[in-house]
Design a protein around this ligand. Structure first.
Ligand code: ADP
Ligand code: MG
Length: 387
């Protein structure tokens, strides 16, 4: 069973063991992005889905202005006086927690002292966004003890700011938005420019299976920043011709092709991926709504090829796992998901065949360490809530 109940029960039980009293519990889901990769920081569209893997925070208010947290995952307790928080902080697990308190206070919200125990079952650093689930579940808890109204889009922005400015990770809005505002049974077609969102119902025939390569993306940070810099360089070039262009979102495929001679070939390839990827979330959403899983799978395969050939963020293991998936019965398409360089891939699979698909994948794929690949059939799940 993989409902929020599992991490929630672990966090609650540990809280009772430590503090001897009954806590409240907040949960937030991980997410899998179905398509629209590296488009969020280009003001584009993404299609994430909250999944049935969660971070849970068991919590109770404190009266002394201290923020104290224990991570069951890391087996460590850390504490800080709320008035001492200032950005930038560090990038250890507790910094993700402190960052949210800092961002709330910095936005002028009241922040009260709190005791927290944190447990989760999202694989860490594999592209399912355990960091956003941690931030958003902490935000849900802090809002509760501080009597701040829970406003998912606003809190998503606030948690993104926490990660950008306090932890120092230059992420887009998608992860925090999905952790805060996902809907059971749906993916979210999200416009990262204005945060308008359209829920896209997942047909019962369609299952999304997450497949972990087992490779953690250690060098991804610097490569990610270089990709962002390429996008900015492309926009700077395009603006010389048309100052109305603010982001790659504002560029058509024809407009980009016309500017090719002005750009370094690598900059052009990166921009071409983003401009073409921009329309895929809408295409996949329409295919899912029409129950056309063949088209949906093709869109996912095209996204993968573009990420491999134009954006160059794939890896040997991601190639192997997605190719195995495409050649396994019941699969309509597969792609890497998340920033790339390892982490997870996602496959669209006929629901009736999802269990046999997982069994076959686990027999066929072995991670570089030798262990069989972790696969998970995702249940589209709600965003952050109290349980
Ligand atoms: P991901 O793709 O999983 O978001 P990141 O590198 O962005 O990978 O974030 C992972 C970090 O988030 C971990 O290194 C840790 O600091 C923090 N984190 C996530 N889940 C937990 C947890 N259950 N307990 C403590 N820290 C966590
Ligand atoms: Mg993250």
């Amino acid at each position: 069973m993989n409902s929020p109940a599992v991490p929630a029960m672990r966090a609650r039980q540990r809280f009772i063991d430590l503090h001897g009293s009954e806590p409240l519990v907040a949960v937030a889901p991980g997410r899998v992005n179905l398509v629209g990769e590296h488009t969020d920081y280009n003001d584009g569209y993404v299609l994430p889905m909250g999944i049935d893997l969660h971070v849970a925070v068991a919590f109770a208010p404190r009266r002394d202005g201290q923020l104290r947290a224990r991570s069951v995952t890391v087996e460590e307790t850390r504490q800080v006086d709320l008035v001492e928080l200032s950005a930038p902080g560090g990038s250890e697990w507790f910094d993700y927690v402190a960052a949210v308190a800092w961002a709330l206070a910095d936005a002028g919200e009241p922040v009260g002292g709190i005791d927290m125990v944190i447990a989760g079952n999202i694989p860490i650093g594999s592209g399912l966004s355990s960091s956003a689930a941690l931030e958003v579940s902490v935000a849900r808890a802090l809002c509760e003890v501080s009597s701040v109204q829970w406003d998912p889009p606003k809190m998503a922005r606030l948690c993104q700011r926490a990660e950008n400015q306090y932890v120092g990770v230059n992420c887009g809005i998608m992860d925090q938005y999905a952790a805060a505002a996902s809907r059971a049974g749906c993916a979210l077609l999200l416009d990262c420019r204005d945060l308008t969102v359209t829920p896209v119902e997942i047909p019962s025939r369609a299952s999304f299976v997450v497949m972990d390569t087992g490779v953690r993306r250690t060098l991804a940070g610097s490569a990610y920043n270089r990709r962002r810099a390429s996008c900015e360089a492309a926009v700077a070039r395009l603006r010389e011709r048309d100052p109305a262009i603010r982001a790659l979102r504002d560029v058509t495929p024809d407009g980009l092709a016309a500017a090719e001679p002005l750009m370094h070939p690598e900059t052009y390839s990166r921009a071409k991926h983003v401009v073409e990827e921009m329309v895929r979330p809408q295409q996949l959403a329409e295919a899912l709504q029409a129950g056309d899983l063949e088209t949906a799978g093709r869109v996912m395969n095209e996204s993968h090829a573009s990420l491999r050939d134009l954006y160059e963020v794939s890896s040997a293991e991601l190639e192997e796992i997605t190719e195995l998936a495409r050649n396994t019965a019941g699969c309509y398409g597969a792609r890497m998901t998340g920033a790339g360089f390892g982490g997870c891939a996602v496959a669209l699979v006929e629901t009736d065949m999802a269990s046999s698909f997982v069994g076959r994948m686990q027999r066929r794929y072995s991670a570089p360490g030798g262990e069989s690949g972790y696969c998970h059939i995702c249940v589209p799940s709600d965003g952050a809530k109290l349980v």
